[in-house]
Design a protein around this ligand. Structure first.
Ligand code: SAJ
Length: 407
């Protein structure tokens, strides 16, 4: 039996796909409300294909519980935030999950950490917990790092098709865990050591952050000198060895806007491009505010209350608002462009989380003269004609109405 600990954005789909491929799975989370919801047959967030996977896993007998189970394989998938001051990983959730596992697990069990952690985390924070419980790591309890790689919005497909990394102390344990993941994963599964696996995961997300920062910096340069950044990137990307990502209103989510900080925190003075990229991406919401003011002036708009932000999530077609550029912007709006005054709407966010949040696209549009497209949800892409007559500032380059304003 596999006990998956932490039933959030990564743990839940992982538990479900294992169960739907015939593994005996219990999903554990300390959040009672969440476990009750799953036991009532409801999924806890929106994701393409997740409900189908859930139903299959339930048919195959998956269980959800608040309790840690006695078994020989644990997969831990809990958040790993960073400390805002030191920029270092805050491993408290992983540590506390491992402590709970140690209370129930038998000798010989393997504990797989899926949560993203910088190099050395298992050595520094997890091995001591094992030892403190009277176990010898590598002998009584085996540790493995198997970082996830799935992208919200396409998680179910990527779970099955992406290749994966497994970091283990010895090859035999690596092979044992590879067999578990091979039950559903059609991609290559590479076995390496734990530190390499830890570093690789952080490097992947940092690479993307730097690439997006480059695109965002180009957007600012092009704006300052009246060039079309999108056309320039489109043409540059026709070069066989160039692949620049797309500028946007900022980088949100709990991965790309977090993981590079681990390297900045652990390698100060060495992680220079990484730090610069983080600063550029974190500065984008402010740049959007500046562009809103510019466009309002240009169009003779003076009433901030008639400006509307479309999209609250960190990216398109997901319901996750963590670190979203829109929320970052609302926090930073001041001096006449107050975040408390603008109108806001997101079809995926039905719970009211900010002032002036509309529940329908129609009421939102009725309340604004200017629409700032912060997220490219399918809803707005499919209803672009409803924006005609409005001043449109499109930070995602999805709108092709005449006169649209861009970053
Ligand atoms: N963004 C841009 N321009 C782009 C691409 C993205 O501004 O060209 C923005 C998005 O709008 C969003 C943020 O960046 O605000 C991050 O979104 P994302 O779609 O790039 O990535 P995440 O955070 O949803 O998922 C990433 C993925 N990592 C990589 O692609 C290297 C995913 O594979 C990881 O599993 C995930 O992080 C994770 O959990 O670590």
């Amino acid at each position: 039996m596999i006990n998956v600990i932490g039933l959030g954005y990564i743990g839940l789909p992982t538990a479900l796909i294992l169960a739907s491929h015939g593994m005996d799975v219990v999903g554990t989370d300390y959040n009672e409300e969440l476990v009750d919801k799953l036991n009532r047959g409801e999924v806890t967030f929106e994701e393409k294909g997740l409900k189908g996977l859930f139903d299959e896993a339930v048919r195959n007998g998956i269980e959800f519980s608040n309790e840690y189970k006695v078994t020989d394989t644990y997969i831990i998938s809990v958040p790993t935030p960073y400390d805002k001051e030191s920029k270092k990983v805050d491993a408290c959730f992983v540590v506390s999950a491992v402590k709970s596992v140690m209370k129930v697990c038998p000798k010989g069990a393997t504990v797989v950490i899926e949560s993203t952690i910088p190099p050395g985390t298992i050595e520094k924070f997890i091995r001591p917990v094992i030892e403190a419980n009277g176990f010898v790591p590598g002998k009584d309890i085996h540790l493995v790092h198997a970082p996830e790689r799935i992208i919200p919005g396409n998680m179910v497909y990527e779970l099955e098709h992406n290749s994966r990394t497994i970091g283990a102390d010895d090859a035999e344990i690596g092979e044992k865990i590879k067999a578990v993941y091979s039950s559903f994963c059609k991609g290559d599964i590479v076995i390496t050591d734990i530190r390499t696996a830890e570093m690789t995961k952080v490097v992947e997300n940092t690479f993307r952050d730097i690439n997006i920062a480059f695109a965002n910096e180009l957007a600012k340069i092009c704006r300052s000198d009246d060039m079309d950044v999108y056309e320039i990137i489109r043409i540059a990307n026709m070069h066989p060895r160039v692949n620049i990502l797309t500028p946007g209103p900022g980088v949100g989510g709990h991965c790309i806007s977090v993981d590079p900080w681990f390297l900045v925190g652990d390698y100060p003075g060495l992680a220079n491009i990484i730090l610069a990229a983080r600063k550029i991406n974190d500065g984008m919401p402010r740049f959007v505010i500046h562009r809103i003011s510019q466009i309002m002036k240009e169009k003779g708009l003076t009433d901030v209350r008639r400006v509307g932000l479309y999209g609250l999530t960190y990216k398109e077609n997901v319901d996750d608002v963590r670190e979203s550029p829109t929320l970052q912007m609302l926090e930073r709006m001041e001096d006449g462009l107050s975040g408390g005054l603008v109108q806001v709407y997101d079809p995926y966010v039905t719970k009211k989380i900010v002032p002036n949040q509309h529940t329908t696209f129609e009421s939102f549009l009725g309340a604004v003269d200017m629409v700032v497209i912060m997220v490219g949800h399918d809803e707005i892409k499919q209803n672009m004609n409803m924006l005609s007559g409005k001043v449109v500032f499109d930070t995602r380059k999805i709108c092709y109405l005449p006169d649209v304003h861009r970053l």
